[in-house]
Design a protein around this ligand. Sequence first.
Ligand code: NAD
Length: 332
Amino acid sequence: MVRFAQFGAGRIGVMHARNIAQNTRASLRRIVDINATAAGQVAAATGAKVSSRDEALGDPDVDAVLICSATPTHVDLILAAVAAGKPVLCEKPIDLDYARAKDCVTRLKGAKVPVMLGFNRRFDPHNAGVHAAVVAGQVGAVEQVMVVSRDSGLAPMAYLKESGGIFRDMIIHDFDICRWLLGEEPVTVAAQGSVLVSDELKTIGDFDNAIVTLRTASGKLAVITASRRASYGYDQRMEVHGSEGMVQNANVQETLAQVWRTDGNRGTPLMNFFIERYDAAYRIELDHFIDVVEGKGPPSVGAIDGLRALALAEAADASARNGGAPTAVADL
Ligand SMILES: NC(=O)c1ccc[n+]([C@@H]2O[C@H](COP(=O)([O-])OP(=O)(O)OC[C@H]3O[C@@H](n4cnc5c(N)ncnc54)[C@H](O)[C@@H]3O)[C@@H](O)[C@H]2O)c1
């Protein structure tokens, strides 16, 4: 039984706490949040104790830490948990500031406990199926990757203002997916950003639409098409084209039911947003982390992956602000 302390009882914290409580190999022992009401609600739902940071990290009966508090808290909490000898699963991103994230990863070198990063999309069974086909060589040598990533609706302005922008906050997941599917690090990024959904985005210097192209040293190409709003639901698709074939996945709908009539056919809506669409992914991610804590192997996605995805976001942001000029990715 892996006994958890969790930092953060917000939007995604409620879901992680539920997943820990429902997992037969885990329990939630302590919940920490500066919002006492939020912490109290998670405690009431799971049996965890509302705790301070020091109580959580100093508890010898806490075996592992899950960090899903606000992004600016991640670096300090990762380093403090590792210093306390607790394995860490931390939500993306490590930090919005590249230099700070890089310093964190440097300081983690030689750490005695594992640190895993929550790039949950890698654990989605449909995405994992695409990756497994690529790794098994079923499409031959990878030449192109295509990712479509459209949120179902614009997040509140209060969230967007603090988010770090579309590349660091949202497309960071897609950068990770492209690295994962390409099997080779992109070295150049070119991005176009645009404001088509809400003029309010202009007031904070952000974009709500973006198209990014990535190029690896050997010439493999990837393209990400992203939007903060899709009128028809959460649009999440990917495709890999190689020398011997192509693999793709489709969107996940609420059910597979299709109504057929003389004027065509109609299915049920797409999953509403990430909590619904990636429900299984978050549970499988947690299971993988429990395996890691139990010593069954290293995390399949670590802090270095968070830093590499952030380097791509930095390059994309710079490119989009410079008319789409190809921009070199920082050498780690
Ligand atoms: N992997 C994903 O799909 C995914 C999805 C959403 C959010 N996230 C990430 O998860 C994190 C949380 O996002 P959210 O949407 O739940 O935000 P949120 O604002 O709903 O929740 C954040 C919580 O952190 C708490 N908090 C702030 N400072 C704290 C501190 N020092 N100690 C303990 N708690 C503190 C806040 O009170 C709040 O309850 C962010 O880093 C975000 O990028 C990841």
